[in-house]
Design a protein around this ligand. Structure first.
Ligand SMILES: [Zn+2]
Length: 117
């Protein structure tokens, strides 16, 4: 079991890094490295994944019923997820569908009134 959890942990780190990369390229015009703000967010997200004690019961931090992100980082990652989520569906359909199923199970409701920057 723990090997499976470690695989999920690695996968989550990989996906969050990719999503932030997509977001940064589209919004901040970066083609290579992330901008400082996105790099900080990616580091933070990876650090949270590395320490997450709930890896077995969630597929991703944004669908976790017990989020551990600091408020500012949580806003940042949610903005990235909202924008990058639909794009990940095309790039990684199996992973994305699994995530959507998990998200629905936790009844996460998107805030449609919030503007996507
Ligand atoms: Zn950026």
């Amino acid at each position: 079991m723990s090997r499976d959890i470690e695989a999920r942990r690695a996968r989550e780190s990989e996906m969050v890094t990719e999503m932030i990369g997509l977001y940064c390229r589209a919004h901040h015009g970066k083609t290579g490295a992330l901008c400082p703000e996105c790099a900080a967010l990616a580091d933070y997200a990876r650090a949270r994944s590395a320490r997450c004690p709930r890896m077995a019961e969630k597929t991703f931090c944004s669908s976790c019923p017990h989020p551990c992100y600091a408020p500012a980082m949580r806003e940042g990652i949610r903005r990235v997820m909202r924008w990058a989520g639909p794009r990940m569906l095309l790039r990684h359909p199996v992973w994305a569908l699994r995530h959507v199923a998990n998200t629905l199970r936790h009844k996460w409701r998107p805030h449609r009134s919030e503007e996507i920057a």
